[in-house]
Write a protein that binds this ligand. Sequence first.
Ligand code: NAD
Ligand code: UGA
Length: 458
Amino acid sequence: MKNILCIGAGYVGGPTMAVIASHCLEYRVVVVDINPNKIAAWQSDQLPIYEPGLDEVVRRARGRNLFFSTDLNQHIAEADIIFVSVNTPTKSFGQGAGRAADLQYWEKTARQILEISTTPKIVVEKSTLPVRTAEAMEVILNSNAKGLHFDIVSNPEFLAEGTAIRDMEEPDRVLIGGRNTPSGQKAIQSIVDIYAHWVPRERIFTTNLWSSELSKLVANAFLAQRISSINAVSALCEKTGADVNEVSHAIGLDHRIGPKFLKAGIGFGGSCFRKDILNLVYLCEYYGLSEVAAYWEQVVRMNENQQQRFVSNMLSAMFNTITGKRIVLFGAAFKANTSDTRESPSLAVCRSLLEERAEVVISDPHALENARIDLGELAQKVIFEPDPVTAVKGAHAIAIMTEWDDFTRLDYEAIYRSMVKPAFIFDGRNILDHEKLYQIGFNMYMIGKPPLIHNTLP
Ligand code: NAD
Ligand code: UGA
């Protein structure tokens, strides 16, 4: 039996290893983390993340060939293949602050592997990393006095939260990069062998190390770029009477453009798009490519602009003051079907509304606890209410922040009756039946469409 170890039991490490263990019975898969609470949760019935289908996969494999542990040293010693899936956030200090990737967790892991290992190993970059990180990893690991050889393989993860299990089960592609040396090729083959248990061979793409590392950053940059592009168009639609949903449908029918990732909204969130693009920008600047850096940076700036524009529209619609007004944010998660609130547009909007001294209420079916943590001290100023119908009582406005289905199924007639008039809905995800809500009496503001406003003058 081969031993696989994954260091980092987060959104990537946990689900990916659960799927690998469920398909590869002849591998013993252990996931370790420095956070004992997280490991305890992975060992319990209350998994630390909400992800559709995850419970079943974990239940199937856990205790059979999938284990969770805090004992890094023991499991490093036993492992043949080590996936490293620790967090690689944006650096918040020193050179490159606000842009470059903070590689401290990554490097710490490499040194720990080196210290404990007594046998050669394949070390797999699962975290998203700046291109050429593997070079540093090779130098650190192979400059040992023990005579041990480590092969570094890049195997970036493309899963999206909310669909992680499906993305792992049926990936568009699995990317594996390594050195073009006999031992590098053997290492690539070892990782191919794992995925080949359930992924058709033609979807497993092997490349050199740098192409693999860079492709991950570029994939996220392209996805985010599409969202910023359609959001930029939404601003123009609001000025011209065009409807952004119609425009995105019209352009998406061209098979060269395609329909996906063209949904205008309040901007992208999540732990990765912003950080990975800023990392790409930093790399371009590092290599003296200032025009290329500026091009990609604009994707992030446009995203910030979309959120600011949303709040400005709210303010001007509500007579230029929201001080003391109860505004209910429907959704805290950065997208539906996840409890993750990292970089959530909802929390950015919440902060701006608090600056305007509004009374902010947040309602979300799964993400309230994370929202409270992410808001830090500001959380004291926010009301967290799981029931949306209770949340809106006495409110002046509702703002749709996350596209949870739950919010489309509410009794908006009853909601309207319980709100202060004129009652406003700002649909930041364009998920509601706007005409129907307008007929009920709401003033409706959408993304990339003309608003539907009742004449409130007598
Ligand atoms: P996460 O914060 O959810 O998990 C990372 C885990 O690593 C944490 O639990 C942390 O305690 C642990 N950790 C940090 N240092 C450690 C150490 N020295 N030893 C043991 N454990 C340690 O992060 P994540 O969302 O899983 O992302 C991990 C990486 O995968 C990042 O590079 C990210 O960019 C990338 N990625 C994330 C997603 C996603 O959807 N979240 C998708 C693709 C790629
Ligand atoms: C994204 C990528 O889709 C994954 O391939 C990648 O592995 C991952 O980042 C990562 O590296 O972390 P994720 O952030 O989980 O996955 O979710 P997405 O579905 O990509 O959505 C990101 C954000 O864009 C969300 O806030 C979502 O609401 C927004 N979005 C998405 C739009 O505003 N419009 C769209 O058309 C699509």
